[in-house]
Design a protein around this ligand. Sequence first.
Ligand code: 1CP
Length: 343
Amino acid sequence: MSIAKPVLDVLIRRPQAVPPVWFMRQAGRYLPEYRELRARAGSFLDLCFTPELAAEVTLQPIRRFGFDAAILFSDILVVPHALGRSVTFEAGEGPRLEPLDDVAKLNALATQADERVFAPVYEALGAVKAALPPNVALLGFCGAPWTVATYMVAGRGTPDQAPARILAYREPEGFARMIDILTETSSRYLVAQLKAGADAVQIFDTWAGVLPPAEFARWAVAPVRRIVENVRREIPDAKIIAFPRGAGASLGAYVDQVAVDAVSIDWTAEPSFVRARIQNRIAVQGNLDPLVLLAGGTALDRAVDDVIESYGKGPLIFNLGHGILPQTPIAHVEQTLRRIRGR
Ligand code: 1CP
């Protein structure tokens, strides 16, 4: 007899009495066991590409908190790495890439990823799958082409992704070539993650919300729509969550055009709009403010109750509106889980 995974039940639109819960970036620097292992691992990419270590870090928050989903420990920037771009992670400073900031570089970008780079990721998924409790879902992921492109162009995180936006206006054809390469590579990468044991995959479009409507349609909607189509051509019942952060009122059109099973929403979402326009069709995931989780206290209890009152009658996966912050006290995560689970 197979044991149900509540996250997968929600993805087929079966609301749960107690919503399943996981947190974006649940493996990471707020956990002492992560910091300890990270210090021993060498570079961040070594951690991502050593299957035993990536699997161990993936499992740490499951053991400590009993989340309902484990998300594979890796990063969205392994895709540019596999496309031959240099990617490093400086301690405390975030990622650094060799900027791809003119049309000659865009046109010289490799069309095919070095697939061998991904082998340890699939191995890590297999190891996590074997170790997970049967009710816990395993999530794979990739970055959406637009978000990955913003880091490839700027070579680092920027507040408003201006370098990529400017390049997309100036060199739309070269930019589209890069987006197409990322779309095809990411599609194959997600299919392979699902074949390696992921129960579902999430597509992170962290920077979707900086785009005006026409650019949002071209760079955020169209590529993710194609990824979903490509993945479902190979795996028709693939379960896919999208996180078009900051999409706001465009979320309705997004869900009409991108046939995902759930969207992850941020804390600025308006509940009546989301219920009427999104949750009537697909599951929602979200959307606690990571800052209220950090702040704690009665404000945290109230905010947890608000998410459940706003979305708990429909299909809901409880999550944050964006990643957990490194300064978040562990006691606040425990408080949140007690509040959700009523004990
Ligand atoms: O020193 C460290 O330990 C590095 C911190 C760190 C961690 C823990 C980075 C660098 N990446 C990760 C893991 C990671 N990244 C996961 C693991 C699974 C999980 O627990 O959720 C995932 C899903 C990501 C995805 C990711 N990486 C996104 C999309 C989601 C989001 O949070 O917006 C983005 C934008 C990145 C890029 C990235 N990698 C790392 C950092 C610090 C950043 C952000 C850079 C910036 O914008 O300044």
